[in-house]
Design a protein around this ligand. Structure first.
Ligand code: MSP
Ligand code: ZN
Length: 553
């Protein structure tokens, strides 16, 4: 009987549709993709990786206005662009949908109605800043003024960048709307609220059941101590989002429908893959693991609101939520003037996606730590480790096999325990990937690469071949080196999928899977060598930084 297929569902946070993706976004996409690829290299597994763009909210409405197009047109264009960027970073997503979709609207209504029926929704009037010229309520980030504590000018409505004070926008001195420049007035408005506090007990238990990283659980404890409060889930027109059922000019807040977008992406995929069963994946008793990968800034929404929304609407809960840290560039927050605000596309125009995938893999772990992209370090690691220690093993040995042995690998391997030693690490490395300790996986792989290089350096096939151009010994040494390379390529495949494809082509083998670590390649003809990667040229980095300084955000 065939083994049962183990199914898994994975998502990455849905990027806002008001702009291009930048390298910060790629951290999470690459992390998730590496995990998914490592997972899919196991036998009898199926793993869906869903995402899409987050199409709602005031910034999207404002940006479309600026571009003089409809928000619908803007999101459609951005969705397409983001999907291309992600694909070109070799991130393999099964469906890149959008939250502004019929599927999402229907699911949002289902979730909202379920909660309304359970008495989890309340309505009351609140005071909010209002722009009398634009005739709209203003989100905090659209109000600036003088800090009430240090008097610094042009500070945002929620905190002061000069002295670090936090406050409400109503406390700012001489406040003005960043949209019109006029002083906002206070105005009453009726809002809908989700009574998150009704889920306090449930969440305190759920968040401690091993679904979250320790750092997240600790942070949540602080929030639990302060007490969960009701959550404002409505916004007044003008807004771009889904209208609240029965209301004329009130909309659901973008964060209500955003995570539901994960489900909508699934439903949309189901249109094409008819054998997918919604309840099997999303029903209350689903046994299929569901993993959400997200950045640390959106932890609150995913670990509190989202599980509460799901639980109350009788859907399944996430199996785990994995938070990653933020990317800084050369030690700083990305900044346009320093040329460190790097769009995903600008990077791709200058450098290979696999360099960044590899560099991030050397840094990513299972904790929430910020990662720095330091260009000197980046160049050094790619050139001396990736190319110098790994890629070169293949080029040296393959060229010998072609030049002197007609592309034939020897029938036997030489005396050496190295192959067993390297093969024995397969399960540890696989585990490191699946537990998101990519940095440890990389470290182990490059310790092995050092051993392989030492082996070749000691054997000196280039000297041996001079005395005897048909030397069986040289053929065996190069065959072993290629076998070792094949294992290292297998171990690096989740990170370097395109190199792996080229390697599979010249080694003339089917796609590498974890199981292949137990086999060897002997008495086999290899195909013409395909160069796997070249060194980073410093000029490319300079050109990337220069282009980023001039790119429009
Ligand atoms: N639309 C929401 C997510 C909704 S999920 C139901 C959102 N969008 S975002 O475009 O601001 O961010 C998308 C993802 O990119 C998030 O996981 C966020 O943490 C991540 N990052 C954005 N800037 C980042 C860095 N500088 N570094 C690392 N990740 C970053 O939030
Ligand atoms: Zn201040």
């Amino acid at each position: 009987m065939a083994d049962k297929i183990k199914k898994t569902l994975v998502t990455y946070a849905l990027p806002y549709a008001n702009g291009s993706l930048h390298l910060g976004h790629m951290v999470g996409f690459i992390q998730t993709d590496i995990w998914v690829r490592a997972y899919k290299m196991q036998p009898n597994v199926e793993c869906l990786f869903l995402c899409g763009c987050d199409g709602h909210g005031t910034p999207i409405m404002i940006q479309a206005e600026k571009l003089q197009i409809t928000p619908e047109e803007m999101i459609a264009a951005v969705q397409k662009e983001q999907n291309l960027d992600i694909g070109d970073f070799l991130v393999e997503i099964d469906n890149y949908h959008t939250t502004h979709s019929a599927e999402n609207q229907e699911l949002v209504t289902t979730v909202f109605t379920a909660h309304a029926n359970k008495g989890n929704i309340s309505k009351h009037t609140i005071k909010q800043a209002f722009d009398p010229l634009k005739n709209m309520f203003l989100p905090d980030r659209y109000i600036k003024g003088e800090c009430p504590r240090c008097q610094a000018k042009d500070q945002y409505g929620d905190n002061c960048e000069t002295c670090g004070a936090t406050y409400s926008p109503l406390e700012l001195k001489n406040p003005y709307s960043t949209l019109s420049g006029v002083a906002p007035i206070e105005k009453d408005s009726l809002h809908y609220f989700f009574k998150l506090q009704n889920y306090s007990t449930f969440l305190q238990t759920w968040t401690r059941q091993g679904s979250l990283q320790t750092q997240v659980t600790n942070k949540l404890d602080e929030w639990f101590t302060m007490g969960l409060k009701e959550w404002d889930i409505s916004r007044d027109a003008p807004y771009f989002g889904f209208k609240i059922p029965g209301e004329d000019s009130k909309y659901f807040y973008v964060w209500l429908d955003a995570p539901i977008g994960y489900m909508a992406s699934f439903v949309n995929l189901k249109e094409n893959l008819k054998n997918l069963n919604f309840d099997e994946y999303w029903g209350k008793n689903s046994e299929i693991p569901l993993y959400h990968f997200i950045g640390k800034d959106i932890m609150y929404f995913h670990t509190l609101f989202w599980p509460a929304l799901l639980a109350g609407a009788d859907f399944r809960l996430p199996t785990a939520i994995f938070c990653h840290g933020f990317l800084t560039i050369d030690g700083q927050k990305m900044s346009k003037s320093r040329g460190t605000f790097i769009k995903a596309r600008t990077y791709l125009e200058h450098l290979s996606p696999e360099y960044l995938r590899y560099y991030l893999a050397t840094k990513l772990n299972d904790r929430i730590e910020d990662l720095d992209l330091n260009f000197d370090d980046f160049t050094q690691r790619v050139n001396s480790d990736l190319i110098g220690k790994f890629v070169n093993i293949a080029s040296r040995s393959a060229s010998f096999i072609h030049k002197y042995f007609n592309g034939e690998l020897s029938a036997q391997l030489p005396e050496s325990t190295l192959l067993q030693e390297v093969a024995a690490k397969a399960s540890t490395i696989q585990e490191k990937y699946l537990s998101r300790e990519f940095n440890q996986a990389m470290r182990q792989i490059f310790i092995l690469a050092d051993l392989v290089n030492q082996y070749v350096d000691t054997k000196k096939p280039w000297t041996l071949i001079k005395d005897n151009p048909e030397s069986l010994e040289v053929q065996q040494i190069c065959t072993l080196a290629l076998n070792l390379f094949r294992l290292l390529m297998l171990y690096l495949k989740p990170v370097l999928p395109s190199m792996a494809k080229k390697a599979e082509a010249f080694l003339n083998i089917p796609p590498l899977q974890w199981n292949d670590a137990t086999t060897t390649l002997v008495a086999h003809t290899i195909a013409p060598f395909q160069p796997l990667a070249t060194r980073i040229d410093k000029e490319c980095i300079k050109a990337l930084q220069e282009a980023s300084r001039h790119a429009t955000v």
